[in-house]
Ligand binder design. Structure first.
Ligand SMILES: [Mn+2]
Length: 333
């Protein structure tokens, strides 16, 4: 046992998990274990991009906790937290960690399931790990755990499990709100012992279905306004929207698919907030959008970053014009 049971029962725990299906399933498994021990995390974070972003680091400064659990997220800056921590991950780590469960041949959900099983019989939750395994293509892990899952829930055919993968995977395009509903759906279904209820029959999965439905309508509305609101500049398309729904990443993805030779950046100035959420997507190769967002956000003293083809930022509404200007400047350097 890597961590004493007593510690899992008594510690104030923060969970930071990747926002994809494997990360969400890992988190649901770990939280289910804590619940069995009469505990619950004090905070749960699901950063968009693999490295824990500066915003999460900032928020953690104000948190009161004594153990931090990283699921499906590699991190080289763990020492910055100056707390006890545990890493469960299958991405090769950049640095050695004292308390780390790592196996490149399995996904994080599988590893988390095995970790939980060292404390108690966890077979009731095997189906959650199956969803994570399928999502991350850990087929050996999947075959092994499916045997356990199917003994309890005969309805869990591969087809049903694949439907669950799509349901959970699609949550992250609806930002933290979508991820929270997906995680809670898994917890609700785990509690009741009825796995298929995650597909829209638990309170949180109903909310996720509803959020998806509204988001499609909202995205289509802004698509219809595109000719009026798009700001074209060389290879960039900037689109400023005002939506109460977290559709910036959904819309940016759609635009990038429709305009394969463009870098599509959606800026959502949510009416009730003083900051804007930005998401950029592109299909162009040899372009590093994450690097541009990181550099521009550093200059603006805000948080942002990502990968070559997908990046995000959170900026003050008063900085939107400046942000657009700096992205264009940064690219032409
Ligand atoms: Mn993973």
């Amino acid at each position: 046992m890597m961590i004493k049971r007593e510690k899992l029962e008594k510690s104030r725990i923060v969970i930071i998990h990747h926002n994809d299906a494997d990360g969400i399933c890992s988190s649901a498994l770990f939280i289910s274990l804590l619940k069995k021990f009469g505990n619950f995390p004090v905070s749960i974070f699901s950063p968009k991009y693999i490295e824990v972003d500066t915003e999460v680091m900032q928020q953690l400064k104000n948190e009161d906790y004594d153990l931090i659990v990283f699921l499906d997220l590699p991190n080289s800056e763990l020492n910055k937290f100056e707390r006890d921590y545990l890493v469960i991950d299958h991405h090769p780590p950049k640095t050695e960690h004292k308390q780390m469960i790592f196996d490149e041949n399995h996904c994080s959900s599988y590893l988390t399931f095995k970790f939980c099983s060292t404390y108690l019989n966890f077979s009731k939750y095997a189906w959650i790990a199956c969803v994570g395994c399928l999502a991350d293509k850990d087929l050996n892990g999947f075959e092994e755990l499916k045997e356990i899952a199917i003994q309890r829930n005969k309805e869990l055919t591969e087809e049903v499990l694949n439907t669950m993968v799509h349901f959970i995977s699609s949550a992250r395009i609806l930002a933290e709100e979508g991820v929270r509903y997906a995680l809670n759906s898994l917890l609700e279904a785990a509690e009741s012992g009825l796995p298929t209820t995650i597909l829209g029959s638990t309170p949180n999965s109903e909310k996720l279905v509803e959020l998806k439905r509204k988001s499609i309508i909202e995205r289509n509305y802004w698509l219809s306004k595109l000719s009026e609101i798009a700001i074209e500049h060389d290879k960039f398309t900037f689109v400023r929207i005002r939506s109460n729904l977290p559709i910036q990443s959904y819309l940016a993805g759609t635009l990038a698919n429709l305009n394969q030779d463009k870098i599509c950046i959606v800026i959502n100035e949510e009416p009730t907030k003083d900051y804007a959420m930005v998401e950029g997507r592109t299909r162009i190769d040899n372009f590093d959008l994450g690097k541009i967002f990181r550099e521009v956000c550093k200059e603006l003293n805000s948080s942002g970053g990502g990968h070559k083809k997908a990046a995000g930022a959170k900026i003050l509404k008063s900085e939107v014009e400046n942000f657009i200007k700096k992205v264009i400047e940064c690219d032409s350097q």
